[in-house]
Design a protein around this ligand. Structure first.
Ligand SMILES: *Cc1c(COP(=O)(O)O)cnc(C)c1O
Length: 392
């Protein structure tokens, strides 16, 4: 800390929907000395991580770990399975879906883009319709973002797979589970997902810097015949090295120490309890928003999101002004509106290492902020959230 910047006492509330708060024990685990990633001690760490990641993705097939942000995981999924000119079906559910589509475009893929209003998830009946129209099976992959962090909307992945199976279409299903993994139930194998993309800095309670691909047998087979433009992201090289406990290039050693500890925490709490905790905190948040008389971006209660709630401020008011006042007065960061929702919404992250009293602090900060900026709202949101959380 420089003496020129004002110190804000107490703990900073990092309530953006990722990067999320990192538990103390994870921070401490990362402070261990770096070891030789080609040395004899490394394989035990790799094997332990892959074993503990399997129940988090709910998969028996391969999981690959990259030193990259989530965007790298998107690129890896597309590059390993697809070639320029291949057709993919993708849905405009929000900002992250749009960014993934832009990566696909830059890689030369041909996108069948289904526009959306940023308030709904992927509609499984549209998946069915578009795939049934594709009688020549030109569409090679369907892309879906599980939890759209920009809008707080969760798509129903198992229903998307059902729609694909109903029309017997062979396209691969690729899912972005960056902000849903370890927050909401996710079943890579049972839902027939071919590639799951995730990253370290959301439900996994780590700093940014790791991305993941969980990969089905079909997707792995596709990658083996698709050598043309694969180097850094090549699954085959990862698989060969991982089998011996190593990586094809230097992994993020200290983030892997952190991952080891974060997985211990998640598995010790129990994943079902982790999901129930997120669901409870999300329900309390929605109760507060509702009482304030503000509008949730997510319109369909089947698509409510465990990790983020995105909230419209009243028409004509600036959500970033509210966020700025709350940051200055109460030392709390809330998520900004992304893309076309800039200034009209703020986002409350209730994700990762988070509990009831932290949520009550968060909601109190927002309710005080609403009063200070003098936006039209109704009081009592904090009370409504307490009523949800104190149910026995
Ligand atoms: C955070 C996030 C990403 C990851 O983006 P990076 O900034 O590249 O780590 C991707 N998809 C979703 C849904 C996200 O929430």
């Amino acid at each position: 800390m420089s003496i020129d910047s004002a110190y804000q006492s107490g703990r900073h509330f990092l309530q953006i929907p990722g990067p999320s708060n990192v538990p103390e024990s994870v921070l401490r685990a990362m402070a261990q000395p770096v070891i030789d990633h080609r040395g004899p001690d490394f394989p035990a760490l790799t094997f332990r991580l892959l074993e503990k990641l399997a129940p988090v993705f709910n998969t028996k097939s391969s999981i690959f770990i990259y030193p990259a942000s989530g965007t790298g995981g998107w690129e890896s999924a597309l590059l390993n399975c697809l070639s320029p000119g291949d057709k993919v079906l993708a849905f405009e559910t929000g900002h992250f879906a749009t960014l993934w589509k832009e990566v696909a475009e830059k890689l030369g893929l041909h996108i069948l883009w289904i526009p959306g209003d940023w308030r709904h998830g992927v509609d499984p009946s549209v998946v069915e319709e578009k795939l049934s129209e594709d009688s020549k099976h030109e569409i090679q992959a369907v892309l879906a973002v599980h939890t759209e962090t920009s809008t707080g909307v969760t798509s129903r992945i198992s229903e998307i797979r059902c729609a694909m199976d109903k029309v017997r279409h062979p396209a691969l299903l690729m899912v972005d589970a960056v902000s849903s993994l370890a927050c909401t139930e996710f079943r890579h194998d049972d839902w027939g997902v071919d590639v799951t993309v995730s990253a370290s800095q959301k439900g996994l309670m780590l700093p940014p810097g790791l991305s993941f691909n969980a990969v089905s047998e079909q997707a792995l087979a596709r990658s083996k015949v698709n050598h043309s433009r694969l180097s850094y992201w090549q699954w085959e090289a990862m698989a060969k090295n991982n089998a011996k406990g190593y990586f094809p290039y230097t992994p993020s050693t200290n983030l892997l120490y952190g991952l080891d500890e974060a997985l211990n925490l998640l598995l010790a709490e129990g994943l079902d309890k982790v999901f129930a905790r997120h669901a409870r905190l999300a329900a309390a948040t929605r109760a507060a928003v509702n009482t304030w008389g503000l509008e949730n971006v997510c319109m369909n209660s089947d698509e409510y999101c465990n990790s983020t709630t995105a909230v419209f401020v009243p028409e004509g008011f600036d959500a970033d002004e509210l966020r700025e006042v709350i940051r200055g007065r109460f030392n709390m960061s809330l998520g900004t509106g992304l893309g076309k929702l800039k200034s009209s919404i703020f986002r409350i992250g209730h994700i990762g290492d988070f509990n009831e009293l932290m949520l009550m602090g968060t909601l109190s900060g927002i309710e005080m902020g609403l009063k200070i900026v003098n936006f039209p709202y109704l009081t009592g949101g904090v009370q409504s959230a307490m009523a949800v959380l104190s149910k026995s």
